[in-house]
Design a protein around this ligand. Sequence first.
Ligand code: NI
Length: 173
Amino acid sequence: MTFRDIILIPDKRLKTVVEPLANIDKDTRILVDDMFETMYEAEGYGLAGPQIGVMGRIIVVDCAKEDKGEKPDPIAMINPDIVFSSEEISVYEEGCLSIPEYFEEVERPANIRVKYLNVDGKTIEREADGLLATCIQHEIDHLNGKLFIDYISRLKRDRIIKKFQKLARQNAG
Ligand code: NI
């Protein structure tokens, strides 16, 4: 397993709608392993392909709370599609590995049903609620070039983007 570098805003790849994966093979399984390692190392609840420069529809999530004694629950989803969203809304404070150290409350449907392919190429359909529902929606948004800061006020969003633009300039020397 290899840790992959995580891309930060304002990188254009994070604003790109990416294509479905055409086939699932050995390389896909290596990619999934790398994505889990990268996510766990960075202490995130989820990671999407574009965040490591893989421009395909693939995400990993694990919303188990270790500190509450929950067992790891790694889920990899290829070409995920939300087929149902509840009208009921839930609110979580979200963060993103591509926007480090920034957190804001976001409203999303509380319950979803999602259809995807697993690493064996099998079609799975499952329901999710609570934090998992939010995580899955956050990660699928990444595949559509959407970030959680797109849900907050323009003023706050512009401020955070400016901060990261400045950081990117500094890092570029
Ligand atoms: Ni994110």
